[in-house]
Design a protein around this ligand. Structure first.
Ligand code: FNR
Length: 195
């Protein structure tokens, strides 16, 4: 049996009761066995300042190492003022420098957004995709997921009570699994050399 791909899950919200964090917990449980998901925290990253690169913050270095070590990245984010929450944008910026060792380069990515609002964080989802283009991270185009009315997804015990959303998330993870298999550079190279 081949080793599962390691996926870093980055949650755009720092809130303890975050809906997006709860969705991430569900995703970790229902992902296919070929994927191993773990959360990578972004809340402790000092704001990116290029002046600090002479003596980079330990938190930056640890974060960069964690992202470098995984095969792919899953973003699960709310929308703040029609865009990406600052904490998540800061994490992207921290990982992007020094430019020659941009940790996002060639990493297959996928994006899920969720909001109590009607448009499910569409603005954040697409602003994030715009940055991922600049970072050369091949991002799964479809299926798209913008989860609206997300405050109604969980009961008081934190259990997902919407079976349709559960199925949607499950299908999404299967599609992401296929996207990773098609886009991980090392796997592509292995297949090419075996042919
Ligand atoms: C929001 N919220 C929000 N929602 C939305 O659909 N579009 C938006 O532009 C914004 N803007 C926004 C800005 C700021 C600063 C905050 C704090 C909140 C509401 C947001 O979707 C809601 O608080 C979610 O519950 C946040 O996600 P988590 O923390 O539950 O994962």
């Amino acid at each position: 049996m081949t080793k599962p791909s390691n996926i870093a899950v980055l949650v755009g919200s720092l809130r303890k009761d975050s809906i997006n964090r709860k969705i991430s917990d569900v995703l970790i449980k229902l992902a296919p066995s070929t994927l191993s998901l773990s959360l990578v925290e972004i809340g402790g990253l000092p704001l990116y300042n290029p002046d600090d690169e002479t003596y980079p913050h330990v938190a930056w270095t640890k974060f960069r190492d964690k992202v470098k070590a995984v095969d792919a990245i899953l973003f699960v984010t709310p929308e703040y003022n029609r865009s990406v929450p600052a904490a998540l944008k800061n994490a992207l910026d921290v990982g992007s420098r020094p430019l020659a060792s941009n940790v996002w380069n060639d990493k297959p990515c996928a994006v899920i957004s969720a909001s109590p609002g009607a448009i499910g964080g569409f603005g954040a989802n697409h602003h994030l995709r715009q940055s991922l283009v600049a970072l050369n991270a091949p991002t799964m185009a479809a299926p798209e997921i913008y989860i609206g009315s997300a405050d109604k997804l969980f009961d008081e015990s934190g259990k997902l009570i919407n079976a349709d959303i559960r199925k949607l998330l499950q299908n999404f993870m299967q599609a992401f699994n296929d996207w990773i298999a098609a886009n991980v550079k090392s796997q592509v190279a292995l297949v090419a050399s075996a042919a």
